[in-house]
Design a protein around this ligand. Structure first.
Ligand SMILES: [Zn+2]
Length: 311
């Protein structure tokens, strides 16, 4: 069965946002009588003064804003989980030129001197002979960059994707997501993640300049008559990457727990002969709650022209 048929046959699309870009703001929830969908509190117990981006700004989302995320939860998620996804994306955010709160971030290597930054003329790479970070293939007009990620916790990256799924879930589905709301709200990434393991993330990486120019999100729920696929899946695509996870649903998925499930990748909108190259797929096990340090991140990018020692 092809990928599109698999999703059509088994899932209902219960929430979707296509190609969110800078333009008009899109709001989740209502401005009046705000209640936080994560902690159930309302004013005056909590404030709603922050602009809560339902999907973190570092993905390029400027427009999808949650009225129903309080300042306490917003601040906590940004510190305890979103920061880990940002670090996992690492140098990719610079190379893909994803604009966050403070513009396109500059990548600084572990030696404190190596840099990848965005300039007016394009992307600037500063590297030193004793610690080169790039190799140039002039024939293919491609650069291989070896960067290193800042320390991050894999389970927190997974929780960040779960948080986004909860942010966009329809209100009537929140009751079935209660256990996950509790889980992502725990500040420490420790043993408590065990019941939900393994935490698998599918990452489809498409090369080239910003193949996904905006942020696209899908939340899918299993159709009523189906019982042999996971209950809920979340997909987000931005810049060069599409991430896909199965939400850990202990009750709804009790029938299929422990059985081998063949997961189908969400279809991508790029053909096999996409001009910047093929999409590569990784199955990442994000179950660990140990901090990963100094992880190598290898990225390939094409270029139009190269200039050594630009002004
Ligand atoms: Zn809250």
């Amino acid at each position: 069965m092809d990928q599109t048929n698999y999703f059509d046959k088994n899932y209902d699309l219960i929430s979707s946002y296509i190609n969110l870009t800078k333009g008009r703001k899109v709001y989740i929830g209502t401005k009046e009588d705000r209640v936080c969908r994560f902690c159930d509190r309302s004013s005056p117990d909590v404030d709603f003064k922050n602009i809560a981006h339902a999907i973190p700004e570092f993905t390029g989302n400027k427009s999808l804003v949650a009225y129903d995320e309080c300042d306490v939860c917003n601040e906590k998620f940004s510190r305890t989980i979103e920061d880990h996804l940002a670090k996992y994306l690492g140098a990719q955010r610079t190379l893909a030129q994803v604009h966050g709160k403070k513009g396109v971030p500059t990548y600084v290597g572990k030696d404190g001197k190596t840099r990848i930054s965005m300039k007016e003329y394009g992307i600037s790479l500063t590297s030193y002979e004793e610690n080169p970070i790039y190799e140039i293939d002039e024939e293919k007009k491609s650069i291989k960059i070896t960067a290193h990620r800042q320390p991050y916790i894999p389970a927190a990256v997974f929780k960040c994707l779960v948080k986004m799924a909860i942010s966009v879930a329809p209100k009537q589905d929140l009751s079935s997501l209660k256990h996950l709301i509790t889980w992502i709200g725990l500040e420490a990434h420790t043993y408590e993640s065990l019941p939900y393991r393994p935490l698998i993330v599918f990452e489809q990486f498409t090369p080239g300049p910003m193949p996904y120019s905006g942020v696209t999100i899908f939340l899918l729920r299993r159709k009523g008559a189906v019982n042999d696929v996971p209950y809920m899946q979340f997909v987000i695509a931005f810049a060069n990457t599409m991430f896909q996870i199965v939400l850990p649903m202990l009750n709804e998925d009790s029938e299929i727990m422990g059985k081998p499930i063949q997961l189908t990748l969400f279809p991508i909108p790029f053909s096999k002969d996409y001009k910047y190259g093929n999409t590569s797929t990784k199955k990442l096990d994000m179950s660990s709650f140990e901090t990963i340090r100094n992880e190598e991140q290898i990225l390939y990018m094409g270029y139009e022209s190269l200039e050594k020692n630009p002004p």
